[in-house]
Design a protein around this ligand. Structure first.
Ligand code: ATP
Ligand code: MG
Length: 420
């Protein structure tokens, strides 16, 4: 039979890679807890309409990237391509928005894109969504929190914050009109994608990768010149808060983000250590979305962070803690007819030493072959139970990574020995 393979762009996470992911996941969840954020988990599958309404019909995601199909009763469903829409739906449906909420999530997202380095079809995001706080202080908080994350992971030097404001919907509409007028007059000089976007989603032309289009845009009207007063004040205050907190940023007036729901603050943390896929974390304010999704008007701000890209960065920059690869501390070698004694000793150790990561050899074999496995396991020591030890209630401890003589001790003394 032909061997089955995983779907392109959907990766297995293998045992040797999982320690890095666990490190990232625990660092992030502990950080969120330290800022008073709570976790929310929403379904991976949602009604298609949720995304076409929240993310926007004219976005790349909805136009071409969604895994959408009819379920057995003919309802159109979609594997979530991002986390904000589902979080907003859940917050409305479960009445969470009667008070401010600081939420975070983690999980797989699905987008039908061309798989390449840092771009997958099933990828993972950590996300933060804050509801019910309209001031720039909360925008600053989530950026300060993210800056702390980079420091904790040892990559501060390699990520830069880009910041922009999209203004309110009226100022965006006025800007859109000016931009369309400017670009329509130069239509034939635009790349094909941008020509198409000119009608559907002109702001997206600003982040076209085409060099000639970028040249044209150098002289185009600037979004920041169109900001309404309130958005401009919000932006100024945010900048002052970031300055005071020592979070460096660069204003990028062409930063628009690919999703329709953003207004006012938008930002991206970018790196040049990943090649083309340089955005690790991206987000902004989306004050209009909750109401648009049927809830009562609620300001909101959040971001999504691509875990594959972050892991790639940590590996490329070689900033992972050294002990990460080690999965066990001790390996119990059981030679001869000693299974019962070995399993018993292992349980006793686990009772007494909750921190100990102990792997017990199962499946028999010679002393030599078991010692090889002990060494390969990465353990610091082998705990050996042969028939002599079993009969005497003893264990032999052999140090695998240190120059120290082996010792045979009573099982009752082993805990004290390992603890030292
Ligand atoms: P890009 O411009 O790289 O396509 P995006 O604007 O579509 O990104 P968002 O929807 O803002 O991305 O998602 C937030 C983060 O999730 C991105 O900054 C990135 O780190 C990560 N991400 C997005 N799409 C993918 C993907 N297909 N594979 C891996 N990570 C992704
Ligand atoms: Mg994308």
């Amino acid at each position: 039979m032909k061997q089955l393979r995983a779907i392109r762009g959907m990766n297995d996470l293998l045992p040797e890679q999982s320690p890095v992911w666990q490190y990232v996941e625990s660092t992030l969840s502990e950080l969120f807890a330290r800022y008073g954020y709570s976790e929310i988990r929403t379904p991976y599958l949602e009604a298609t309409q949720l995304f076409s309404r929240a993310v926007g019909e004219a976005t790349d995601i909805v136009e071409k990237e969604m895994y959408t199909f009819d379920d057995k009763s003919g309802d159109s469903v979609t594997l979530r391509p991002e986390g904000t829409a589902g979080t907003v739906r859940a917050a409305i449906q479960n009445n969470l928005l009667i008070q401010p909420q600081r939420l975070w999530y983690f999980g797989p997202m699905f987008r039908y894109e061309r798989p390449q380095k840092g771009r997958l079809r099933q990828f993972h995001q950590f996300g933060v969504e804050v509801f019910g706080i309209e001031g720039p202080d909360i925008d600053a908080e989530i950026l300060i929190m993210t800056a702390r994350l980079w420091r904790q992971l040892g990559i501060s030097e390699h990520v830069k914050l880009q910041l922009n404001s999209l203004g309110n919907s009226a100022s965006r509409a006025a800007y859109r009109e000016a931009l369309v007028e400017y670009l329509t007059a130069r239509r034939e000089q635009l790349d094909e994608d941008s020509q198409r976007r000119l009608e559907r989603n002109p702001l997206r032309i600003l982040d076209s990768k085409n060099a000639q289009t970028q040249e044209l845009l150098a002289e185009a009207p600037c979004l920041l010149d169109f900001l309404d007063e309130e958005s401009a004040a919000h932006f100024d205050q945010l900048r002052a808060l970031l300055d005071a907190a020592g979070v460096a940023y660069e204003i990028n007036p062409k930063l628009v983000r690919g999703l329709d729901y953003y207004g006012k603050t938008v930002f991206e943390w970018v790196t040049d250590s990943l090649g083309a896929q340089g955005t690790v974390c991206a987000g902004g304010r989306y004050d209009g979305l909750v109401e648009q999704m049927g809830g009562k008007s609620t300001p909101a701000v959040g971001f999504g962070l691509g875990v594959e890209r972050l892991v790639l960065m940590l590996e490329t920059l070689e900033v992972l803690p050294e002990a990460l690869g080690q999965q066990v501390d001790a390996y119990l070698v059981a030679v001869g007819d000693v299974q019962s004694a070995a399993l018993g000793a292992a349980e006793r150790l686990r009772d007494e030493l909750p921190w100990l990561r102990l792997q017990t050899h199962c499946g028999g074999g010679s002393f030599k072959s078991q010692m090889k496995k002990a060494d390969k396991s990465g353990a610091d020591y082998a705990l050996i139970i042969g028939e002599d030890e079993a009969a005497a209630g003893q264990v032999t401890v052999k140090y695998l990574r240190a120059e120290a003589p082996q010792q045979t001790v009573a099982l009752s003394e082993l805990t004290a020995l390992l603890q030292s």
